[in-house]
Design a protein around this ligand. Structure first.
Ligand code: ZN
Length: 308
């Protein structure tokens, strides 16, 4: 099988759009790399945050609903997304979160790394992990966070499941992730790119409900369409109910539910965020796919006004 290299993006359901935009752009200091719409419901934005060019592995995306209903945390969910920051930077982040009224827990040690858990304004669980080698990775600093502290990329995701066995089999036997040990009820796996996937075992936790403040899905990256088609066929053979290939403008996607209940996507690296904007102008205005361009006026009139 063609390799699943690691994380492509993580997508969450969010609340009020400007609060959402402010948090990821100004508090976390990520670059707003794309302003698009939910292709299934163009009255809602689709915001993409990431590094300077919106590289796969850095992209957090949100669907911010102005009148969002809060979701319910539970099993069968991606329960946290984690970002990699340079070693020694968590003191800075603790101070920043305290001064920005962000909900957070004091840093803890996990698998030998320092982890700082925090929530976005909608209660979405996320983490900053001090990760060796991040100083050498280029940083987006125009969001107001200096390079010595800035988020570089995703460090990993946690998935909460009632039964770790079936999801473990998918991750290791088929997706090729490495088993990297256990700490308490946390079972760790590594992607080929070295990201950490933690299965958090909560045998008695009821199923959650995806709405604001909850991750909708995690997308795994493959190099190209051929690799994706191979995965589509493989997943069908394994008995997964997998979607047809969908054109998401910046990548092509297929979706399926892992055995624990969380939604997985497999996305292609290309064509990428620079397909309709230059590096300089990324995220500077609403981008619509060709098939929606004729409806631009009507779509724009229904979207909430974003304060960039
Ligand atoms: Zn996605």
């Amino acid at each position: 099988m063609k390799t699943i290299e690691g994380i492509h993006h993580v997508t969450a359901i969010s609340g009020e759009p400007n609060q959402n935009l402010h948090f990821y752009k100004r508090v976390l200091g990520l670059r707003l790399v794309k302003v698009a719409v939910n292709y299934d419901d163009p009255s809602v934005h689709h915001l993409y945050f990431g590094d300077e060019t919106g590289s796969p592995g850095t992209i957090m995306t949100t669907f911010p609903y102005a009148n969002a209903v809060s979701g319910k945390r539970g099993s069968g969910q991606i329960s946290a997304a984690a970002y990699a920051v340079p070693e020694g930077s968590l003191d800075f982040w603790v101070e920043r979160f305290a001064s920005e009224d962000v909900q957070f827990d004091m840093p803890v040690e996990r698998f030998g790394e320092k982890a700082l858990a925090f929530d976005d304004p909608d209660g979405l669980h996320q983490e900053l992990i001090e990760t060796p080698g991040m100083e050498a990775v280029s940083a987006w600093t125009k969001g107001g966070v200096a390079a010595e502290h800035a988020i570089r990329k995703f460090r990993g995701v946690s998935i909460t499941v009632r039964d770790v066995g079936p999801t473990t089999a998918l991750l290791t036997d088929y997706m090729g992730f490495q088993n990297a040990g256990q700490e308490g009820n946390r079972f760790r796996f590594l992607t080929p790119l070295g990201e950490t996937i933690d299965l958090v075992h909560e045998p008695d936790l009821p199923a959650g409900r995806v709405a604001a403040g909850i991750v909708h899905h995690v997308a795994w990256r493959v190099k190209d369409d051929a690799a994706q088609l191979e995965w589509l066929e493989q997943l069908k053979r394994l008995g997964f109910n997998v979607s047809p290939v969908m054109n998401r403008q910046y990548f092509h996607s297929i979706y399926f539910r892992e055995p624990g209940g969380a939604l997985f996507e497999i996305a292609t690296d290309g064509p990428g965020m620079l397909t309709d904007e230059s590096v300089e102008t990324l995220g500077s205005g609403l981008r619509l796919p060709e098939w929606m361009e004729s409806m631009r006026e009507r779509i724009e009139s229904r979207l909430p006004a974003l304060k960039y």
